[in-house]
Design a protein around this ligand. Structure first.
Ligand code: PGA
Length: 262
């Protein structure tokens, strides 16, 4: 089957409300000339404080079907005494259709575990949103030859207990940690190899159908100059982009190049 690519911008802890709106409006302006069939699925993940701001930029131009909003994290509980957290329902209420979970920065700086990421995935899917589940190895793990084992373990844990249908609609982002924000991209053939391995794990824990449907993105220093080669590979279904998603011209160029490859 052919999987529609996802181009997702992870804005991380950047952009004040007005800056977020400006970037969102630039993307919205670009996509208005194209149908949703022509475009990849476009997702932007602002900070929590800018979600409402970008949502206020929507009108009846049809952008809700082409340009989606994502949160960068959530809690798995629906409400309660969890200071500083937001629930899936809150993200949905703010306008999100997607939620990124398990980003390496959350694992590394906020001690998120595979078990927490699994609980988040379940809560997101139960709430009718789509998780973008991140995985990736450190440079030390890569050099020690542990990449495949480590990633397979992260994926097995994240998908534990999810139905075939839920897995099929989810997305995974393979982001080698050593390639995030460093300007070093993973060689496209190697990224494709790891992503094909992940797809195999999905097949093993779920089914061929789920493996065939799930979107698996590459992330780590994706730029307009790298996207064509990455998207030409058999198993890479899109990109999760940090730095290059913060500037309208580079993010739009990545969308444009992806669309033209379709
Ligand atoms: P980068 O970030 O594109 O700046 O490397 C990717 C990510 O962390 O999602």
């Amino acid at each position: 089957m052919s999987r529609k690519p996802i181009i997702a911008g992870n804005w991380k802890m950047n952009l004040l409300q007005e800056e977020a709106k400006e970037l969102f409006l630039a993307v919205k302006g670009y996509i208005k000339d194209y149908t949703k069939e022509q475009l990849p699925i476009i997702v932007v993940a602002p900070t929590f404080t800018s979600i409402a701001a970008v949502e206020s930029c929507r009108c009846n131009c049809g952008c809700r079907e082409k340009l989606f909003t994502s949160a960068q994290n959530c809690h798995w509980e629906s409400k309660g005494a969890y200071t500083g957290e937001i629930s899936v329902e809150m993200a949905k209420d703010a306008g999100c259709d997607y939620i990124i979970i398990g980003h390496s920065e959350r694992r590394q700086y906020f001690s998120e575990t595979d078990e927490m990421i699994n609980k988040k995935a379940k809560a997101i899917l139960a709430g009718g949103l789509i998780p973008i589940i991140c995985c990736g190895e450190t440079l030390e793990q890569r050099e020690a030859g542990e990449t495949d084992n480590h990633i397979a373990g992260q994926i097995r844990a994240a998908l534990d207990g999810l139905s075939e249908e839920d897995i099929a609609k989810s997305a995974i982002a393979y982001e080698p940690i050593w390639a995030i924000g460093t300007g070093k991209t993973c060689d496209a053939d190697e990224a494709n190899r790891v992503i094909a391995m992940i797809r195999n794990v999905v097949k093993e824990v779920s089914s061929a159908k789920a493996a065939d449907s799930i979107r698996i993105l590459y992330g780590g220093s994706v730029k307009p100059e790298t996207i064509e080669e990455q998207m030409s590979k058999s198993d890479i279904d899109g990109a999760l982009i940090g730095g290059a998603s913060l500037k309208a011209d580079s993010f739009i160029s990545i969308i444009d190049k992806t669309m033209k490859l379709n």
